[in-house]
Write a protein of this length. Structure first.
Length: 247
């Protein structure tokens, strides 16, 4: 961070005081934002990409090390084929266009989800982004794509069951720690804060294991409207929460 802006100092202090490391976001409202403006949903999704860039760099400014965003769920395959194809193309195009800038800004890119269901061409683009940025030390941008928390939990369960079957571990060694290591998020801390834009009050099969004690914040803004100031306000709200961890 070259220069700390005066308006950023309060947020940086909150992040430091609360030891806040990880924000997860359900980026909801692209289509509704477009509909309200009589625009195609594709325009909303493109505006959503712009919002994501703003939030990634805001996290860097504020000292947030991990940002996990819900980009495409396992249930999103049920949308109209033309929209699904558009979202696949949008991810590939965005990564090709933005990778250089994200890499220069030290962003680490990774993906949560079953990437084997994606086209070989798109998989190549995703793995190139992972490989290109893996040694960076800035914000860890984790993109949940073809992700579903129930699917993730079942997958982790099968992996542990196979280890028991193969004699690699004893059944009594299955605990929260060993289970967490089999999840897509094994290398990151659990989210401190889960934000959902667009006003809907549900978690939509997102990080069900990881958000057990996350603070949850629902904001009415549609995702294309969410920006650095929105993130700052969310962090301020987090600061006023009393996290009791079940105590």
């Amino acid at each position: 961070m070259e220069k700390i802006l005066t308006e950023d100092k309060e947020i940086i202090e909150i992040v430091e005081k609360t030891s806040m490391k990880h924000i997860a976001i359900i980026m909801d409202g692209n289509r509704r934002w477009a509909k309200d403006r009589n625009l195609p949903s594709a325009v909303g999704h493109k505006k959503g990409v712009d919002a994501l860039k703003k939030v990634v760099y805001a996290c860097d400014d504020f000292g947030i090390k991990y940002l996990t965003v819900y980009a495409f769920s396992t249930e999103n395959w049920n949308r109209k084929p033309e929209e699904v194809n558009f979202l696949m193309d949008l991810l590939g195009t965005t990564l090709k266009n933005e990778l250089k800038e994200l890499h220069e800004n030290n962003v680490v890119i990774s993906f949560l989800g079953d990437l084997t269901k994606l086209s070989p061409k798109l998989q190549d683009i995703l793995y190139n982004a992972i490989e290109t940025t893996k040694n960076n030390s800035g914000v860890h941008l984790q993109i949940a794509f073809n992700y579903g928390a129930r699917d993730e939990i079942i997958s982790a369960t099968k992996k542990l069951a196979q280890k028991v079957k193969d004699g690699k571990i004893n059944i009594d060694e299955i605990n929260e720690e060993s289970f967490s290591k089999e999840l897509y998020t094994a290398s990151s801390p659990d989210p401190d804060l889960l934000i959902r834009t667009g006003g809907e009050i549900r978690v939509s099969n997102y990080l069900l294991w990881q958000i057990a004690y996350s603070e949850i914040l629902i904001v009415d803004e549609f995702w294309p409207e969410f920006d650095k100031n929105s993130l700052a306000n969310s962090i301020k709200e987090f600061f006023h929460r009393n996290r009791r961890w079940g105590k």
